[in-house]
Every structure is written in structure tokens, then in C-alpha cells.
Design a protein around this ligand. Structure first.
Ligand code: PLP
Length: 443
């Protein structure tokens, strides 16, 4: 977290403009017609009125591949040309022995739990600061999502809050590499090892992020990725599961195909259909052609944005653990300092940035307070597999003050603003500067 400043407005303007100019962060003057200081939210002229680059981006590579797939009439999982190509390519890219493509990241997570035998009455420890998919994957199998509290600085699950939540029914731990930044894998894996509990990495947002130089998703027993449209490697809807365990990979191939054994053609296990059309893989193979170039650009612009934002008080960036060697910046995580903004709500700050033309989003609300959770606990299925004492204890212990504070103050910036030109990032910085200068009038 950055140090808070208590500079007067005049001191701040002086220091900030010098600082930003020195960092090369805001090269332009505030050339806004009318009153340059008025927030767009309050009738002023927005910093940015033209759109940021679109996401996802495509070239002729996706068109070529889709057309090829279309014309060869091999569209399904069993004989599609691009599905095995992508599975091989993604396994190589992340450095895993095996990769199995799935309809989406949610299915990859659900399949991972199934493959590890996690089921009704079991408990899975995970992060409360995540997309609902992580929790749904657990609950669809009638397992209990046991939340460890969040780490306010990194937005990750607080690894020091895991161990006391382990019970005799804990069957997996799912750290979520949130916004493309690694969770504290050393601590999580050590706990998993000590208690003989497998770790499934939710790397759905964290393609090519690295922990100590090795890709996330490859540290735990299984790693899960999403290729949904908004992700850094998009295909509309698709996902993948990776593992170094050949047996699990073989089981995953069977699981996605009704448990059918490819040799005996017998239905060997309770399973389901998690197959996918070849078109998504055709898009993914096209996307891979520009993947490294776009990742490099995103990361370069994220570093530039971070350097500029450091100079603007009232905002704190999502922090990284020192062992985290690469972050993909799928989202650029931020928090605002409530004191600096005279206790205005997160939505007010986000609205002010949006009005300036910035692609800001409020991010997550406390998942443990969403109606689905209590409704599920009261459902016939959950009541059948968990005792009322266990559910009462669960309710008492699902108290996550740090996550509440994180959700109240965190927001995110979308990657679109990082995959274009440096001048796009300058607009973002100018908007942040403007909003923070108006902190007192936002209240
Ligand atoms: C952290 C996290 N986990 C899981 C998922 C699920 O991925 P999908 O949308 O491909 O099902 C997402 C998707 O956004 C996610 O952000």
C-alpha cells in the first residue's frame, strides 16, 4: 500500500505535476475547454470521449482457422483439428504435462473437484474475493465453500487464515490468482502438503502469470484456465484444465466424454459431457499468434500506469508478493483511500472515473453475503449432506472483515486501456489526477 499523504491541495498540485512530468506520466496540459477542474460527473468535460481499443482483438488468423474448421467438417471434440493442437500448445506454453480443453473455466474447476473425488459433504477452502464461478463449482457438487479472509493489499486469499479453517472434511484448497496476479503459492502449497490436501489453482484470470519464474496453474495438483471473451486469451467461451499427473489427465479426457474409456469403450465412471466445438479452439490457435506481443504491450503499459499512479495520492494499487515474477494485468486492481475521499462510497469514485471516460468497474461484492449462499445452505440437498450444527458453525465463522473492507474500497481498470497506445494510459492518469483533485467535492 502506498503511504498516505496529508499535503494541502496547493502543495499536492505542485508536487504532483512535477512528479508526473518527471515520470513522463502526464505529458499534456489539461487542455479541456470550459472549466478544466469540473468533474464530468458534475457537468464538466470528460478527459476522454473517444473509445479505448476494443477487446478481444482479432486478425486474419482467427478467420483463416475458423474457415478451415468449418470447411473440413470436423467440428466436434472427437475429431476436431484444432482441439488437440490447442491442448498441446497450451500445455507447452504453461509448462504442464497435460491439458484438457473444457467448455469454460467453471467446468474446468468443477471437473477438477470431481477428478479429485470432492463431493457431497466435503469442504473446500477458497477465496471470497473472486468471481462467483469458483464458488459455484464447489457448491454444484454439494460441497461447502469455506472462505479464508482476504489480504487487503494483494486482494488474494490470506494464506495465514487457511489452516485454522481445515476440518476432517476439507478435501481441497482453491487459491484464486485474482486479476492475473499470483496468490501466495508457497504458503498455500505448504499447508496443502502438511495436511495432505490437494491444491487446485483457479488461474482463470491468470494466463502466463508466474510465481518464482514458473507459470501459475502448474504449481498445484490441477490448474484451471478460462478463455471466456474478456480474458487475455479469449475464445468466446472455453476453458482448460492442466496437470502434471498423467492419470488425472487421462481421467479428465474420460470425464468430459461421459466416462467412456477410449480403449474399452465402456462407461467406466460417473461423468458428464464437457465437450466443446472445434471453432473455439480454432479461435484460440489464431489468438496464440499475437498472444506474446499483446501480453508484452499490456505489461509495458501497466508498468507505465503504475509509475504514474504512484504519484497520485488517495489511490492504492493491488500489490504483488515479492515471489510473484509476472502478472498478466487481465485487470488492473486498485483501491481508494476512504479518508482521502471523505468517506464517499466506492461507487461514487468509480462513477466519477467512468464519467471521465475511463473503463473502471466496481469489481466484486462480498460473495459470502450474496443470497445464493444462505438459500443453498437451506436447500434440501445441503441439509441432507451437512448437519445443522455444521451449517450453524459455518454461518458463525463466515465472518470476513478484511474482505468486507476490500470489497468496499477496491475497483478495477479494464485491460482495453493497456493494449493500445501510451497516450491511452496518459488519459487514464489524467482522469485519476482530476478525480483525486476533486476528492473534496465528490463527497
Ligand atoms: C476467478 C475466476 N474463476 C473462474 C471463472 C470461470 O471461467 P468461465 O467464465 O470461463 O467459466 C472466471 C471467469 O471469469 C474467473 O474470473
Amino acid at each position: 500500500m502506498q503511504k498516505r499523504t496529508t499535503l494541502s491541495r496547493r502543495e499536492f498540485l505542485g508536487k504532483t505535476s512535477v512528479g508526473l512530468a518527471a515520470a513522463g506520466a502526464v505529458p499534456r496540459t489539461f487542455a479541456i475547454s470550459g472549466n478544466p477542474k469540473a468533474l464530468a460527473l458534475q457537468g464538466g468535460t470528460p478527459v476522454r470521449s473517444k473509445p479505448f481499443p476494443d477487446w478481444p482483438q482479432t486478425t486474419e488468423a482467427e478467420e483463416r482457422n475458423i474457415l478451415k474448421s468449418l470447411r473440413n467438417h470436423r467440428w466436434c471434440t472427437a475429431d476436431g483439428e484444432f482441439i488437440p493442437k490447442f491442448e498441446k500448445a497450451w500445455a507447452e506454453k504453461v509448462g504442464s504435462r497435460g491439458c484438457v480443453i473444457t467448455p469454460c473455466g467453471t467446468h474446468a474447476l468443477q471437473m477438477a473437484l470431481e477428478l479429485l473425488g470432492v463431493g457431497p459433504g466435503d469442504e473446500v477452502i477458497t477465496s471470497p474475493y473472486t468471481y462467483i464461478a469458483t464458488v459455484d463449482a464447489i457448491m454444484m457438487g454439494y460441497s461447502l465453500p469455506v472462505f479464508a479472509d482476504s489480504d487487503l493489499k494483494t486482494f488474494q486469499l490470506d494464506a495465514d487464515d487457511i489452516e485454522h479453517r481445515i476440518t476432517e472434511r476439507t478435501r481441497a484448497i482453491i487459491p484464486v490468482h485474482i486479476y492475473g496476479a499470483p496468490s501466495h503459492l508457497d504458503k498455500v502449497l505448504a499447508i496443502g502438503k502438511k495436511h495432505n490436501i490437494p491444491v487446485i489453482e483457479d488461474a482463470c484470470q491468470a494466463h502466463h502469470a508466474e510465481w518464482k519464474g514458473k507459470k501459475v496453474g502448474t504449481w498445484g495438483t490441477i490448474g484451471c484456465f478460462s478463455f471466456q471473451e474478456s480474458k487475455v486469451l479469449p475464445a468466446g467461451e472455453a476453458g482448460a484444465l492442466v496437470s502434471d499427473n498423467d492419470d488425472l489427465i487421462a481421467k479428465a479426457y474420460m470425464f468430459r466424454n461421459f466416462g467412456s474409456d477410449p480403449h474399452t469403450h465402456r462407461y467406466e465412471s460417473r461423468a458428464f459431457k464437457y465437450r466443446i466445438s472445434d471453432f473455439a479452439a480454432a479461435v484460440l490457435m489464431g489468438q496464440l499468434e499475437r498472444y506474446e506481443e499483446l501480453c508484452a504491450k499490456r505489461e509495458k503499459h501497466a508498468a507505465y500506469l503504475a509509475a504514474g499512479l504512484k504519484k497520485i495520492p488517495g489511490f492504492m494499487m493491488q500489490e504483488n508478493y515479492p515471489e510473484s515474477t509476472r502478472q498478466n494485468h487481465y485487470c488492473f486492481g486498485m483501491r481508494y483511500d476512504r479518508e482521502h475521499f471523505k468517506n464517499v462510497s466506492r461507487s461514487k469514485v468509480v462513477s466519477a472515473l467512468k464519467a471521465e471516460g475511463i473503463l473502471a468497474d466496481a469489481g466484486y461484492n462480498p460473495l459470502n453475503k450474496e443470497p445464493f449462499l444462505e438459500r443453498s445452505l437451506n436447500s434440501r440437498g445441503f441439509q441432507a449432506v451437512f448437519s445443522s450444527e455444521r451449517l450453524e458453525k459455518y454461518r458463525r465463522e463466515t465472518n470476513l472483515p478484511k474482505n468486507d473492507e476490500l470489497c468496499a474500497t477496491a475497483f478495477l481498470l479494464e485491460q482495453n486501456m493497456l493494449v493500445g497506445e501510451k497516450s491511452d494510459v496518459d488519459d487514464v492518469l489524467e482522469a485519476f489526477n482530476k478525480v483525486q483533485m476533486n476528492a473534496s467535492v465528490l463527497a
